[in-house]
Design a protein around this ligand. Structure first.
Ligand code: ATP
Ligand code: CA
Ligand code: CA
Length: 436
């Protein structure tokens, strides 16, 4: 935030960045439509295209209210191919990205990246550093290979890589899948690495309305871990192992498992309390009406009452609709990501949001998990070599979060398989009457 109270990144107003991204994406997706679909060629991974956007418009770009900028699209044909693999139609991508303004998210990360969320909740656009952008370009052929062999993965789904150039500054951006649907309340969020060294949410982070906690916080909140049915546990751990093998092969480190927890029992309790609150407020209103010396305007009170009822019915409807909405991106829910060969039984219950992985807390509360691996654009090969030799002298190599990729991957898998997730015998998602 700058002196004038405007949100900025690299001293560029967020509004300008968001608006320009949308114009850029609109142009590239539109111009791709005239290029017929074809097989991917190796050269597609290196290609890039830069378009100038003068405010007055040009023969190929529209006029706009922002300052002049350039928009670079990396590997447009390759990313079109990826989007196609993920089942995203060009029109849907365009609608999600460009039809409504983007929302900016607050970022708990230390890197200073900014996150933008599309209005429909499907996509996240993250600003990345130059070296991360270069790394993703190099990663694309390997990423493609992995994707075609194994579409069920917890790795990030990348839909586009762009560079917004304005006022001699570059803002590099990657479009990816949003792991945490904002219409489902996350009662807790964890960013887990399997390292314990300084892995605790800061005080400022903990004071936020929806903080992202870390490894040490998790161990404190869930000393016995989170319980999954055997088949879910096996599928999850197998997926993590497979993904870690890929990450290790690219010498990638410092990635995290993002875990969002929706607590069904808490959500029900909150709903009940809200109903009681509403009923109380209503009662109070009617008492006030009765006590009022002047007879109140009958029509008005009637209307006020009926609007609230209607409104709450409306929100309830909206909520259940969006909870069970099909995600745009194929294989993108946490449950789909881990269950390639498993039948996914559809939850009948209206109140159980779709797509998450059912689990239990150690207190037997019913949980729904939203998970994915994030922040994978740090390669050891590129920059970590020096840091490792330096840090491992100072701290013991076991707990420092910067260490060899294979060690990182091993520790990551170990932590997820032993400390975070635990296996339980099969249980029904609904409470059996004998319990509680
Ligand atoms: P640092 O490098 O300091 O760890 P960063 O700026 O690279 O941070 P990330 O680690 O990618 O940022 O993400 C920071 C936080 O943003 C995560 O802990 C998570 O809360 C949120 N986040 C990141 N990616 C996603 C995603 N795909 N879906 C939902 N939330 C996300
Ligand atoms: Ca991170
Ligand atoms: Ca990072």
């Amino acid at each position: 935030v700058d002196e004038g109270g405007e949100v900025t990144y690299k001293r560029i107003q967020s509004k300008q960045i968001m608006g320009s991204i949308q114009l850029g994406i609109q142009h590239t997706v539109g111009s791709l439509a005239s290029k017929p679909k074809r097989d991917l060629l190796m050269k597609d991974f290196w290609e890039m295209e830069t378009i100038a956007f003068p405010p007055d418009g040009s023969s190929i770009t529209p006029a706009h209210h922002y300052s002049e900028f350039r928009f670079k699209v990396y590997a447009p044909i390759a990313f079109r191919y990826f989007r196609d693999l993920f089942g995203i139609a060009p029109d849907d991508f365009l609608m999600s990205m460009c039809a409504s303004p983007l929302r900016q998210l607050s970022n708990p990360g230390a890197s200073g990246s900014i996150f933008y969320l599309t209005d429909d909740d499907e996509f996240i656009i993250k600003t990345v550093q130059k070296k991360e952008c270069e790394f993703l370009q190099k990663l694309l052929p390997g990423y493609y290979m992995n994707l075609s062999q194994n579409p069920r993965t917890l790795l990030p789904k990348f839909f586009g890589l762009y560079c917004f150039h304005y006022n001699a500054k570059n803002v590099r951006l990657v479009a990816m899948n949003n792991l945490l649907p904002s219409d489902i309340k996350m009662h807790a969020k964890y960013d887990l690495k399997g390292s314990t060294f300084r892995r605790k949410a800061s005080k400022t982070e903990r004071q936020k309305a929806s903080p992202t906690f870390k490894d040490l916080d998790f161990m404190e909140h869930h000393p016995n871990g989170i319980f999954l049915e055997t088949d879910k546990y096996n599928a999850l751990i197998k997926t993590i192992q497979r993904d870690c093998m890929v990450l290790e092969s690219f010498q990638i480190m410092d990635y995290s498992l993002l875990v969002g927890i929706h607590n069904l029992d808490l959500a029900q309790k909150e709903k009940r309390e809200e109903r009681i609150r509403n009923a109380r407020a209503k009662l109070q209103r009617s008492e006030e009406v009765r006590e009022a010396p002047e007879p109140p305007d009958f029509d008005q009170t009637m209307n006020a009452g009926s609007t609230t009822a209607l409104q709450s019915a409306g929100t309830a409807l909206n909520r259940s609709r969006s909870m069970n909405r099909q995600r745009l991106v194929a294989h993108s829910t946490a449950l789909e990501s881990i269950t390639a060969d498993m039948d996914i039984p559809m939850e009948e219950d209206e109140d159980v949001p779709a797509g998450g992985i059912p689990a239990r807390s150690e207190n037997d509360e019913r949980l729904i998990l939203y998970i994915g691996i994030i922040d994978i654009l740090q390669s050891y090969r590129l920059e970590k070599k020096l840091e490792h030799t330096f840090k491992s002298i100072i701290y013991n190599g076991d707990t420092v979060s910067v260490c060899r990729p294979s060690f990182y991957a091993q520790r990551f898998q170990n932590f997820m398989g032993k400390t975070v997730f635990k296996k339980t015998p099969t249980f029904p998602l609904k409470h059996s009457p004998s319990k509680r």
